[in-house]
Design a protein around this ligand. Structure first.
Ligand code: CP
Length: 308
């Protein structure tokens, strides 16, 4: 089966088809079709090495609403925690379930899970990528700003090496769009992501640029996006990261430099007062709750198209 690991596995046409499917499934859901039985009798295993609110609940409800079932597996309660290999875990899970979703600390683990799995593997966040989030983000941008995202100025403010940004830049880039990254020196996209971007996004006309001045970056922006500054696994560098990223907080003053109808986005959970202030995330620009809602619809499309 095909996997969903970085988004770079998909062409522009395929991504557009997934997004179109998500829009249709969402419309049907909102029109009252609470269950669309495309995955009756199918099981999704969901392995979590880290906590989750949105990813866990949106995948679980997505499977239920497609007539299927989801099984939550805490990695610490699997034999994985006692030394059973990822390879063997993948082989065994493939005998029970129809797809596997996993949230892992290190990206190589999800790649290895996919390599040894007979069923589709979906990345539910690794240190490098968060493709399910990016799909929901693009869906939300299309809903708010129209389906042609190539004419938009999408600006990410904060850590240029952030996993959510990596997936957003790949999604926007594969669709042929442009993203501006406002980040300090030393906070650039990971080289492996730059390589994927050059191979899969640039040929479609996708581009990204880095601008050190956040106020300059957001001039004329249609979308201003940020993410947490310190995620799990980065606690040792916490003080330095907070110091370096302080000038990149999304404030009312920053939002007022963007277009008058600009939207503010955040994958959540937010650290209010760090990367964004209450007046912005609770203000007129914010579409963060719609982003969270769209996780379920975007993932329903992925599940419906990937799970045999
Ligand atoms: N945005 C996101 O992935 O949220 P969770 O960590 O709650 O799943």
């Amino acid at each position: 089966g095909r996997h969903f690991l970085t988004l770079a596995e998909y062409s522009r046409e395929e991504l557009l088809f997934i997004l179109e499917t998500a829009m249709q499934l969402k419309q049907r859901y909102l029109a009252g079709e609470r269950v669309i039985p495309l995955l009756v009798g199918r099981h999704l295993a969901m392995i979590f090495e880290k906590p989750s609110t949105r990813t866990r609940i949106s995948f679980e409800t997505a499977m239920r609403e497609l007539g299927g079932n989801a099984i939550y597996l805490s990695a610490s309660e699997l034999q994985l925690a006692r030394g059973e290999t990822i390879e063997d875990t993948a082989r065994v899970l493939s005998r029970y379930v129809d797809a596997v979703m996993a949230r892992v600390y290190e990206h190589y683990k999800i790649e290895r899970l996919a390599q040894y799995s007979r069923v589709p593997v979906i990345n539910g966040l690794s240190d490098l990528h968060h493709p399910a989030q990016a799909l929901s983000d693009v869906l939300t941008i299309m809903e708010k700003k129209g389906r042609d995202i190539t004419r938009l100025k999408i600006v990410f403010v904060g850590d240029g090496g952030d996993n959510v940004l990596h997936s957003l830049m790949l999604a926007v880039g594969i669709l042929g769009g442009r993203i501006v990254i406002a980040s300090p020196k030393g906070y650039e996209p990971h080289p492996s992501v730059v390589k994927l971007f050059n191979e899969h996004a640039a040929p479609n006309g996708g581009s990204y640029e880095i601008e050190r001045d956040p106020f300059k970056a957001v001039e004329n922006a249609d979308v201003v996006y940020t993410d947490v500054w310190v995620s799990m696994g980065q606690d040792k560098e916490r003080e330095k990261r907070l110091r370096d990223l302080e000038p990149y907080r999304v404030t009312v003053e920053l939002m007022e430099r963007a277009k008058p109808d600009a939207v503010f986005m955040h994958c959540l959970p937010a650290h209010r007062g760090e990367e964004v202030v209450d007046e912005v995330i609770d203000g007129r620009w914010s579409i963060v709750w719609d982003q969270a809602e769209n996780r379920k619809h975007a993932q329903k499309a992925v599940l419906a198209l990937l799970v045999p």
